[in-house]
Design a protein around this ligand. Sequence first.
Ligand code: ZN
Length: 194
Amino acid sequence: MKIKSKKDYMIDFFKDKKNHNREFTLSEYDSEVKKAFEAATGTNKIYTNRTPRNLIRYGDPELDGILKRTKRGNYIFHPGEKFVIKKSPFSDAIKKKIKKRDKYTCQWCGKKETKLDILAVDHLEPEASGGKGVYENGITLCNVCNNRKKNLKISSFGLNMFKKYLEKSKINEDKKGIKFLEDIIKVYNKHKLS
Ligand SMILES: [Zn+2]
């Protein structure tokens, strides 16, 4: 028998008919998945929080239906509906121009494009906030960095990472680091662009 992955336990939640077409909260989902996981493995160490968001955004081939967010911020699963991938409005010609400008290199981590690893072109200003698929609004990113950046605005991009570094510097009592990071975070707060 195939050993179940952590994700399988989460998918099971959506296979269960009692969770179809009804609103549920993130904590309901979390506790049910944890319960099933603990019953099978003896530990409840399974992190579920990010999954619903990813399922809404990217879908999943194993999910027979689509997950949506309700106005109240809860979730609802619609079985049988097909997930539609939102097409990037960048035309192939514009993508090519952007990649050329960025020297076929991820503009965050510096990874180069190879035949097997094609870089993505993403919106600087996210589509969701009206960013267009035009040359000036494009940036070349590898898939890892692109996933990290998704839907972040200019004034939120990187902020969480700096906050994490600040926590770490505090633990290490790294005074220079703390000062540096606090200054950076102040700049983010000063320019409330989002
Ligand atoms: Zn990258």
